[in-house]
Structures are given as structure tokens and as C-alpha cells.
Design a protein around this ligand. Structure first.
Ligand code: BGC
Length: 739
């Protein structure tokens, strides 16, 4: 079905393009929360006052602890009221027992159960970088709602997601968990995930606050150095957007920011988050990161670590004992004011009240299974998986498959490894539920078309003994689908890389397949941009699939057979070579732009240009842009810039286009990026169809930040670019007037 999406920056109220996905049912047993910021309300604060008055110091400290669940978790801990939260309980029955034990504690304060529901719970949706690649916040919200619904069904209240760390460094393995390089797109995705999770039935955590994605040299947990202006322009906006959408919890990052670990960083926690933004929810540490303050060299012992963390504004400790072992003594010795502990407890209780945990019945664990992996959830997962796939190359219009294709050779053992279609943080996903690429192609192939399979090598492509058989299979086929990339555990936490080529001997295998002369469609699984420079020139087509989730293979087949038009766009720039990193589209101009001259800003051994730019992706249509109109050529500071552009699909297939608007502030008090994304819209055009598409940008969105966080819009000339990627060249000018 064609749903037409007409755009707009601020009020991106559009619906997703394909239109089959639906929100989960409003189920009386599963809660649903509004997407609005958490604000203290007088009646609840009174109930919190009453509880605080009854609590012992030990019970208060207990509320500030998040246990790390293990098989040996002792229910007695919950029963004695000295644990406020628990992460990682895996099933409905275990959760129900824990909840019951906490209710039996002296004051009956409910426990908050959480887990890493990162991209779906039982029905897995694409890994977060793939969610961002949809450029479709409405669809991301629907898919996140299913994640929340399934998690709530087994009794979880809270997920440790979304990760909304901007990163411009694909060496960092955690880019798979995030929204990519751009603050505008990331903010839309952040709000969509938060509000979707709330609609589904659980609350979100914005992590990792803040700047974790800027780890030096792309090495996980490494320190970051971020000037305040950049922090406000780039790293903070997705957090603010998530809080405005209703996020009630924030997780402090592992790393040190400008020399001060994020776990004990008063400027970030107490200052910006709680004071400047008025955040009324709770801040948790990351896994045992209070203890790690000693490794960072800012605490001599556990007591100092606990003290520094809580005084900086951290409210809860995850999976560590620094609060448990030290906080009461620190209060008794007068080194930590009781008022700070009370404030932290208040924040935890506020979230519990907001969730209704004191007042509503818990879901019946016996019914949990009936709410998992339902046909409607799978339908949404399939739709969003297809929408996340990015078509990078399609020479000779090889895709979609033509009716004459009778023999498809699938090569690469990853084509049939379920876990590499699920990706890292598989939550409750089961391998048996996953449709692999091989299974998806076999299921979709029409009668008379055969699908053969030759692994070629193992999933890391170290053992090349299967190459000859794979080449034979390719030579005997009409078309080759080569599935290659990174295993799920090679793009993940702690999986930083210094080389970003296809791992192992994959490229050699690809070269041999291409040498057969048969068309080779490369399907890449993986969670980050890779330097597929050879493949870009030599493969016949490339579909970048990320980790699409439970319905992966069905979605890949939908796109390869042309049942669904590919519509994903890159949320990160793809480098040609690792030496170009950090590489991102919104860079500043230099005093010596690259020219043929030796003394200009360039490399002597590589182009400046990326392999694929941010925002790039093909569809099966051929969309031409012309006649950009700036409908508000002069505009005041409180105005809304309105533009429109004419699109025509000159191709023979339907085309799904993500129209993108970029801005360049030509002259300002500080150098401004050569382009910044400020609006986008998805449109579907039938062959031969043409249409005008309107895009709007509030002038306030042209602001940049001073180092104290003040946002300023400087009047003057702004160049507007509209096109299908950050390489957009069609441009016009708007003059912002005012003081
Ligand atoms: C990660 C977090 C995650 C936590 C709990 C940490 O290692 O950094 O993102 O939520 O573990 O599993």
C-alpha cells in the first residue's frame, strides 16, 4: 500500500511508507504510558514523603541498588527490602517470584525489574543502527512498542535502552547499538524509541550519558575529549529529545569525559541533566562503574568512589557493591548529606509510582507466552527489517531479480547462521525463530527456481577449503547471493577494530565469485560501516543488511525479489579507508579546502570523499530532483523556513525516496558545518509520477551552542540543500532577519 508522507522537520508527523505495521493491542494486563516528560506531582510527592519518613538508612541505600541477576539470586534480598532494582531476570515465573518477594518486604516497596531490551525482546527487530537506517521514526516507534509489549508481558518494567550515543568512528564496535553520526536523526530516533517503549509497556533508559561514542581511537571504554560547544551541538540533543519524549532514566557512561569519569561528573549529572534540564527521573551507573572510579584514578577506595558518584548526582548503582558497602557510613560520618540520599531515593520511588507499581496488579506469568512472537509482532518485525536494508549498488538494474532467474547460488556460511541475523543483545530471541537469508530465499523462490547453498568458508572466513565448491556453485547459477560480513560478536560491546575490511578471507572469496562472470549480489551482515571499497567497484549489487532480526531472511527476500522497494539510508558515513576516520558529513570548512594544490586539506594517498555518504541509499525507482523553491526567502527569528522541491520517478519501478534537507550557515561567529540535516520526509512515487514535496525548518533549529549551552541563531544567509543524501547539490538561499 502506498502511504504518502509529506514531511516536515519539527512536526515530523508522517507515517511510515509501507503501512502494514500496527501498534500492539491495548491489553488490559499490560500497562501503557504517555510520551510526556516525567514531572513531580504533589499527590505522589506526598506519598513519597510518607515512605521516606518510615525508611531506615539501610532501606534507603537498598533502593539505590540495581542487582545483576544470576541463577543464584537470593529472593531473601528482595524480601528484606535492601534492593531497589534487578537487571536481567529472564522469564516470567522468575520475575513474578522476585516481585512477590519484594512486596513482602517491611514497607512493601515494589522492585523495578530491568533488562537489555535493545532491539526487540522475543521478536527481534533490526539492531539499532538498522532502526536508524529506516529514517522512519513512526515505524521505529511501532517496532519499539512491540519490544516494550513483549518485555512487559514477562514482567519487566524497564529496559536499558535506547543507546543514543552519536558516533563518527566505525572502529567502535558499539555503533551497532546506536543511531549513527547525526544529532537530528538521532534525536528523532531517540524520541521514537522512548515513546514506543512507553506505549508498549516499559520505560526507557537513555544511555550512555554522555559522549561514550567519542571514545578515542574507537577503542571501547577509552577516554573522550569533547569541548562544551560540541557536547551541546552534537552529543546532548538526543538525550534532551528522549527526556522530552518521556524517558525517566538515564545511564551514565563508563568513560571519562574531559578527564572526569561520567559516573562521577557533577557538571553533566547534577548540572546539565538535573539542574538545567530539570530531569526528575533517576540516573543509574553502568555495570559496576562506580567501582571503576578507582581504576580511573579519581577514588582511593570504594568509599570515595561511592561518595563521589552520589555527590555528582548518580542515583543508582548497577551491579556493584560500592553503595551497599559504603553509603550508610558515608552519611553517618557526615561526608554525604542525608538529603542527597533522600533525593536519590525520591527519584527511584517517583519512577516506581509513575509506573503504577504500588497500585496495579502484576501481569499473570502464565499468560506471558501468549503475548510473545505473535503474528502481528512478526509482521511489524518483517516490515521494519525490510525498511532498514540499504541498497548501495545496483549495476545494470540487476535487482530486483528478473523472472528469467532460475538458479540462485547462495554463498557464505553466514547465510544460514541465525545468530548473525539477530545481532548482539538478542534479549529473549531464539535462534529457532529466526528466518535466515537462505531460508527466506528458499521460501520466496517461485516454483521452477532453485536455491543452492555453498558455505565457501566458516562464518569468520578463516578456513578457505570450501572456496572451490562455492565457485562451482556460482558458475552453475544464474545469479549469486553472497552473504558476508561480521559475526554478531564482532560488532558489539568491547569489539573495536583497527581494520574494517570484510573479515578473514571474505574478499578473496568474493573476488573468485566475481571472476565467474555471474552477477554477484553481496548481502552484508554487520553492525558498522566497513571499508568495502573493492566490493563497491566490483560486486554487481550490494545490499547492506546490518542485523535485521527475527524476520531477517524474509525481509531480505522481500527486497531481492522486489516485493518491497529498498528504502534504507545510511545513518553513518562509509569510509574508503580506516585512515579517513573520523569521517562524517557535517564537518567544518577548512581555510584550505582540498584542491590539486599540495598545501590544501587532503591526503596524498586517498580521496577525502567517503565511499558512501551519510543519507545515501538507492531504491528501485529513479528519482530526479529539480525546481527547489524557497517559499520564505526572508524570515524572522521565530519563523519557519518553508521549501519545496519537485521530484520525478523516471524509472520503471516504484521508488521510495527519503528527501533530505541540509543547511549551511554561511557566515557566523564560529565556523559552522558545511551541511547539517534539518528535515527529511519519505515519499513513494509510482513509475512516471512526479510530485512537489514540502519541507519545513523552524528557524530556532538553526541554532548552535555557546560553551555554556546557550543556543544562538545568528541572522544572516543560510544555504539550503535538498537531495537524496548528504551529497545534495540542489540549493537555494534564505536570509534570517533579526537581532
Ligand atoms: C553496557 C550497558 C548495559 C549493561 C548491562 C554494560 O556493559 O555498557 O549498555 O546496559 O552492561 O548489561
Amino acid at each position: 500500500m502506498t502511504r504518502i508522507l509529506l514531511m516536515i522537520g519539527l512536526a515530523l508527523t508522517l507515517t511510515h511508507a509501507a503501512g502494514a505495521a500496527e501498534l500492539p493491542p491495548l491489553d488490559p494486563a499490560i500497562p501503557s504510558y504517555p510520551a510526556e516528560p516525567l514531572r513531580p506531582d504533589p499527590a505522589t510527592e506526598k506519598r513519597i514523603d510518607a515512605l521516606l519518613a518510615k525508611m531506615t538508612l539501610a532501606e534507603k541505600v537498598g533502593q539505590l541498588r540495581m542487582g545483576g541477576w544470576s541463577q543464584t539470586f537470593d529472593l531473601e534480598e528482595a524480601r528484606s527490602g535492601i534492593i531497589g532494582s534487578l537487571t536481567g531476570a529472564p522469564d516470567a515465573a522468575a520475575n513474578a517470584a522476585i516481585v512477590k518477594a519484594a512486596r513482602q518486604s517491611r514497607l512493601g516497596i515494589p522492585i523495578l525489574l530491568t533488562d537489555n531490551v535493545i532491539h526487540g525482546f522475543r521478536t527481534l527487530i533490526p539492531a539499532p543502527i538498522g532502526l536508524a537506517a529506516t529514517f522512519d521514526p513512526d515505524l521505529v516507534r511501532i517496532a519499539s512498542a512491540w519490544a516494550g509489549y513483549e518485555a512487559a508481558a514477562i514482567g519487566l518494567h524497564w529496559t536499558l535502552s535506547p543507546m543514543i550515543d552519536i558516533s563518527r568512528d566505525p572502529r567502535w564496535g558499539r555503533v551497532v547499538e546506536g543511531p549513527g553520526e547525526d544529532p537530528y536523526l538521532a534525536s528523532k530516533i531517540s524520541a521514537a524509541e522512548v515513546s514506543g517503549l512507553l506505549r508498549g509497556g516499559i520505560i526507557a533508559t537513555l544511555k550512555h550519558y554522555v559522549g561514550y561514542g567519542a571514545a578515542e581511537a574507537g577503542r571501547d571504554y577509552n577516554s573522550t575529549w569533547i569541548p562544551p560547544e560540541l557536547l551541546h551541538d552534537l552529543y546532548l540533543p538526543p538525550f534532551k529529545a528522549g527526556i522530552d519524549a518521556g524517558a525517566m532514566t538515564v545511564m551514565a557512561a563508563f568513560n571519562a569525559l574531559n578527564g572526569l569519569p561520567a559516573t562521577a561528573n557533577p557538571r553533566m549529572l547534577d548540572g546539565i541533566l538535573k539542574h538545567d534540564w530539570g530531569f526528575a527521573g533517576l540516573v543509574t551507573s553502568d555495570w559496576d562503574s562506580v567501582w571503576e572510579l578507582q581504576n580511573h584514578g579519581i577514588a582511593a577506595d570504594g568509599a570515595e568512589a561511592a561518595r563521589k558518584a552520589i555527590l555528582a548526582g548518580l542515583d543508582m548503582e548497577m551491579a556493584g557493591d560500592m553503595f551497599k558497602d559504603n553509603l550508610a557510613q558515608e552519611v553517618e560520618a557526615g561526608r554525604v548529606p542525608l538529603a542527597r540520599v533522600d533525593d536519590a531515593v525520591r527519584r527511584v520511588l517517583r519512577v516506581k509510582f509513575r509506573l503504577g507499581l504500588f497500585d496495579r496488579p502484576d501481569p499473570d506469568p502464565k499468560l506471558a507466552d501468549t503475548r510473545l512472537l505473535t503474528p502481528a509482532a512478526k509482521k511489524t518485525a518483517r516490515e521494519i527489517a525490510a525498511a532498514s536494508l540499504v541498497l548501495l549498488e545496483n549495476h545494470n538494474d540487476t535487482l530486483p531479480f528478473k523472472p528469467g532467474i532460475k538458479k540462485i547460488a547462495v554463498v557464505g556460511s553466514m547465510a544460514d547462521t541465525p545468530s548473525d541475523h539477530m545481532g548482539p543483545w538478542g534479549a529473549n530471541g531464539r535462534e529457532a525463530d529466526v528466518v535466515t537469508t537462505l531460508a527466506g530465499l528458499k521460501a520466496r523462490a517461485p516454483d521452477g527456481t532453485t536455491v543452492t547453498f555453498a558455505p565457501g568458508c566458516d562464518r569468520e572466513c578463516k578456513d578457505t577449503s570450501g572456496f572451490a565448491a562455492a565457485v562451482d556453485a556460482a558458475a552453475a547459477a544464474d545469479i549469486v547471493v553472497a552473504v558476508m560480513g561480521e559475526t554478531w560478536y564482532h560488532t558489539a560491546e568491547g569489539a573495536s577494530r583497527t581494520k574494517l575490511d570484510l573479515p578473514g578471507h571474505y574478499e578473496e572469496l568474493l573476488e573468485s565469485l566475481v571472476a565467474t562472470g555471474k552477477p554477484v549480489v553481496l548481502v552484508v551482515l554487520g553492525g558498522r560501516p566497513m571499508t568495502i571499497t573493492w566490493a563497491a567497484r566490483n560486486a554487481t549489487a550490494i545490499l547492506y543488511a546490518w542485523f535485521p532480526g527475527t524476520e531477517a531472511g524474509a525481509a531480505i527476500a522481500d527486497v531481492l525479489f522486489g516485493d518491497v522497494d529498498p528504502s534504507g539510508r545510511l545513518p553513518m558515513t562509509f569510509p574508503r579507508a580506516v585512515g579517513q576516520i573520523p569521517i562524517y558529513y557535517a564537518h567544518l570548512p577548512t581555510g584550505r579546502p582540498a584542491t590539486g594544490d599540495q598545501y590544501s586539506s587532503k591526503y596524498i594517498d586517498e580521496e577525502n570523499d567517503p565511499l558512501y555518504p551519510f543519507g545515501y541509499g538507492l531504491s528501485y525507482g529513479r528519482i530526479l530532483y529539480d525546481d527547489l523553491r524557497i517559499l520564505t526567502p526572508r524570515i524572522g527569528l521565530d519563523g519557519v523556513i518553508t521549501t519545496d522541491v519537485h521530484l520525478t520517478n523516471v524509472g520503471t519501478h516504484q521508488g521510495t525516496e527519503t528527501v533530505q534537507l541540509y543547511v549551511h550557515d554561511l557566515v557566523a561567529g564560529r565556523s559552522r558545518p558545511i551541511k547539517e540535516l534539518k528535515a527529511f520526509a519519505k515519499v513513494v512515487l509510482a513509475p512516471g509520477e512526479s510530485r512537489r514535496v514540502e519541507l519545513k525548518v523552524p528557524v530556532a533549529d538553526l541554532a548552535y551552542h555557546l560553551d555554556d549551552g546557550t543556543a544562538v541563531v545568528e541572522p544572516g544567509r543560510f544555504q539550503i540543500f535538498i537531495g537524496g543524501s548528504s551529497r545534495a547539490t540542489l540549493s537555494g538561499m534564505v536570509v534570517v532577519e533579526g537581532k
